[in-house]
Design a protein around this ligand. Structure first.
Ligand SMILES: Cc1cc2nc3c(=O)[nH]c(=O)nc-3n(C[C@H](O)[C@H](O)[C@H](O)COP(=O)(O)OP(=O)(O)OC[C@H]3O[C@@H](n4cnc5c(N)ncnc54)[C@H](O)[C@@H]3O)c2cc1C
Length: 467
């Protein structure tokens, strides 16, 4: 229950709920319950009391009203990718949104409407039919809801900003069990808070995003070198990142080479450094702009080519499957200092698992062109974000992987802007880290929370207590 007490939910009560719904109700033992309760990060092992697979806004509304009538704790699952497992809570009523994946593109108005259970790939697939896109993340299986509510960045963010900078409206079921629309002209305080303040204010049923002409072909992909070249490649990355136009977005990764066909077999499992790129402007310009990367040193693999944007958006999917044990740490950087580069390379050399990476994303561009008060997502001074993403399979390897991540992070956080990305926070990141992510917006969010959710009904998230 919401007050933490145990509640014996009788079959009669569940049957009453079922009568109000179109989507199925699942309890432990029912087909699909395990799929719903498990999330991307296998370190998270929580069990909701039951799951409702919502089949539309009316189901969401019925669930929230039912939860209020019975004082039940609720959790909401979008794509289930949150590293801290915020989609699932023990003993809660879970609203699993994964049956609500409708996408409607209006190519005249350049707006896409997405149901809240949609995945990034669902959106790109539909909008790219019209040569349009909105900035989303790098892995197509991530949920739009969690990504958007915490900010959202990807290959198009340097051109068009955070995902949340491009939301023009949301439909939301509030703690009162009312369906409201939030946009610049309607419930403007709620609209502001939802764009970066996480799932604190209600259950979103749909998002409307602004679209831009992109692709359908871009210049994108990866070039790889042995990690022995890392010092030079970091310099190349930095030099390019500081001068390229916003149409180009770069990422650098140091990790053991995955067993992919474009890398030589004898390199698989050995440490490599990769630069990833997406140029979303004119293809001829893109070919020229990535040439210094492609011709640098002696790459052991190169798939940085003209390719469909939609293909680029799913290039990292296979390497990020659901069900591995994961632990991340992350910080925003104002610049890449030589001392940082050295530490980054040294720590990456001690990675503990073939699936782990040390990643450096280039930010800047449109992200930095508005001030911190614009939206709660904040951190508009960030030029880069580094992320240590540990992933492994066996419980016995937990300690080694977590320790590597924590040690590397502790040693490198001196270079941080002091801010961190809400959507990369892990289970052991507490309130201070939420505040670091939300910056100046935190106090105002608490006030908006007091208006829209004074009893803190929506609390199984990066929780902001009502002011
Ligand atoms: C492999 C991988 C790649 C990633 N890449 C990127 C990236 O490129 N860019 C980026 O910005 N982030 C990225 N992320 C981080 C990602 O943005 C977060 O993990 C985000 O929380 C995922 O959203 P989700 O809907 O899948 O998550 P979930 O775990 O389902 O939900 C996350 C939070 O949102 C809440 N929520 C979900 N749906 C709703 C709803 N309808 N209404 C209200 N609250 C809701 C949940 O309750 C929970 O608190 C990545 C994560 C992973 C695991």
């Amino acid at each position: 229950m919401l007050d933490g007490a145990e509640y014996d939910l009788s079959q009669a009560v569940l049957d009453e709920l079922k009568l109000r719904l179109k989507g199925p109700v699942l309890v432990d033992g029912n087909a699909g319950f395990e799929e719903s309760r498990t999330v991307w990060n296998a370190m998270i092992d929580r069990k909701p009391a039951f799951v409702v697979r919502c089949l539309g806004t009316a189901d969401v509304l019925a669930c929230v009203r039912f939860a209020r009538e019975h004082n039940l704790l609720m959790c909401i699952k979008g794509g289930g990718h949150n590293i801290a497992g915020l989609a699932v809570a023990d003993g809660a009523m879970m609203l699993d949104m994964s049956l609500m994946r409708g996408v409607w593109t209006d190519d005249k108005e350049k707006i896409v409407r997405v149901q809240a259970g949609g995945l990034l790939g669902d959106v790109d697939r539909d909008t790219q039919l019209h040569g349009l896109a909105t900035p989303l993340g790098f892995v197509s299986l991530t949920g739009v809801a969690g990504l958007t509510l915490g900010g959202g960045f990807g290959y198009l963010s340097r051109r068009y900003g955070w995902t949340v900078d491009n939301v023009v409206g949301m439909d939301i079921v509030t703690a009162e069990g009312e369906l409201v629309h939030a946009s610049r002209d309607e419930n403007a305080d709620l609209f502001w808070a939802l764009r970066g303040g996480g799932g604190n204010f209600g259950v979103i049923t749909g998002f409307n995003y602004k679209l831009y002409p992109v692709g359908p072909v871009v210049v994108g992909g990866f070039v790889a070198w042995p990690a022995s070249e890392a010092t030079e490649v970091v310099e190349l990355f930095k030099e390019q990142a500081e001068k390229v136009p916003n149409e180009l977005s770069l990422v650098m990764i140091i990790r053991p080479a995955p067993a992919v066909p474009w890398l030589p077999k004898d390199r698989h499992g050995t440490p490599i450094v990769l630069v990833g790129a997406c140029y979303s402007g004119r293809l001829e310009d893109g070919d020229k702009i990535v040439a210094p990367i492609k011709s640098f040193g002696k790459p052991i693999g190169d798939i940085l080519v003209r390719r469909p944007y939609i293909q680029l958006q799913s290039l990292l999917d296979a390497g990020n499957p659901k069900g591995r044990r994961c632990y991340w740490k992350s910080e925003y950087l104002p610049q890449i200092e030589p001392a940082f580069s050295k530490k980054f390379i040294n720590h990456a050399a001690k990675i503990q698992s073939p699936y782990s990476s040390a990643v450096l994303f280039q930010l800047g561009g449109a992200i930095n062109q508005v001030d911190d008060e614009h939206l709660p997502v904040g951190n508009r001074d960030a030029r880069y974000v580094f992320t240590l993403t540990s992933a492994w399979e066996k419980t016995e390897a937990d300690t080694a992987n977590i320790e590597w991540t924590r040690q590397a992070w502790t040693d490198m956080k001196q270079f941080s802007t002091g801010g961190t990305y809400l959507n990369f926070l892990t289970e052991d990141d507490g309130l201070e880290r939420t505040k670091a992510a939300l910056g100046k917006g935190f106090d105002l969010l608490a006030k908006v929370k007091a208006k829209w959710d004074p009893e803190n009904v929506f609390r199984t998230n990066r929780n902001i207590k009502p002011a």
